[in-house]
Design a protein around this ligand. Sequence first.
Ligand SMILES: [Zn+2]
Length: 453
Amino acid sequence: MTYRTIVAMMLALRQLRQRERWSRPQLDAYRAQALHDLRAHAYAHSPFYREFHAGLADRPLHELPVLTKAMLQAHSADIVTNRAIRPADVAAHVAQIRGAERFLGRYFVTATSGTTGEPAYLLYNQREWATMLASFTRYERHVGSLWGLIQRPRMAVVASTTPWHMSARVGATVRSSVLPMLRLDVGAPVEQLVQRLNQWQPHLLATYASMAGILADEQQAGHLQIHPRRIVSTAEVLTPELRTRVEATWGQGSLFNQYGASEGGAYAVECSAHRGLHLFEDLVIFEVVDETNRPVAPGEFGAKVLLTVLYNHTQPLIRYELTDSVRLSTQPSCPCGCAFRLIDHIQGRQEEVLRFPAATGGTVAVHPMVFYRILDAAPVAGWQVAHTADGLCLRLSGDQGAVDEPQLVASVRRALALQNIAPPPITVQWRADVPRGATGKAARIFRLHGQAA
Ligand SMILES: [Zn+2]
């Protein structure tokens, strides 16, 4: 990482921290101006947005059409605001990324983590990249700086190390003496992760929710012996069961949930009041909507989020569809004093919603949380639910002797029956390791169309 990027990130972080002290009116005024600037830039320099928003340039945000990932892929050449950026060149650049290289000497590129088809590429200029990096390190402020407590806090990140993936790209540019960091591949054997973490003794541990659970189990078993003050959980659904397991291991209040994606960096993080996740309203506009893009009130789960990234002018994302189901909090404020509104729950991705015939006709959508609640509480190292032509297959890894299989199957069957579903045949399959997707995240619940388990 270049010295320039470190300095730019530190400056961006300082700016972000100042905004966390803004009042609601200050924040609203800033957002209105930032949105205006973003749209003006897009209409001046993006052929796609000129056409996509034709006749709507003066209309409010909620009247604009929704940008899907398919559109982002199909129109990438015209969405970007610099005509020198050509998709084929971007793809060729991404294929040879090993560290902190920049495209055309100017742009940092990352890719979306879709499980199907081609990835979509996201570009940031130096300043935007610095802001994006700062968004990921923002939790340091929210969780209380460790610097006062420990002279040189060490961080460990257990995530994807695929070079073009977001977490690896962030790691490649942040790795420095500013924050001594150990990066480990989430796909590595658990014994190896345990050994490296024991050597490193991190003060701060950041990883996916499922891996936090696995490491908590390793600690409980006496293999892992680390004492992190903060555990940051990212990228996957964090259930109450999983939180309890991690906090029982490393202390009440030690866990902080963070929410973000390749499209726009980190969106929200929990503060030390643990009332929910503060949405980074100075960086993104988050519209929580139903299936038909109508707004959903705080206190209710939406089917999707429409994301507008305020700080990226290189590749504007305006009302970009994320298939995350989140619920905004009804609390008007947080004891920590930050005016950013709270997300009180993230249910996960709509792709994880399985549909079954209802006992009384029609179909019932089963929310991923139904499975997460049961399987996160089970004494397994990893789990997946595969919906196949033959029924449901619970793929498990870990200690087979510790699991009461008939009881586990009965729990799933009961949960489905409660949803008015005639439960399909449920089988259990033990695997040495539950496979992870290309991005290192475990796909937890999925359909295998027309296939057997
Ligand atoms: Zn707070």
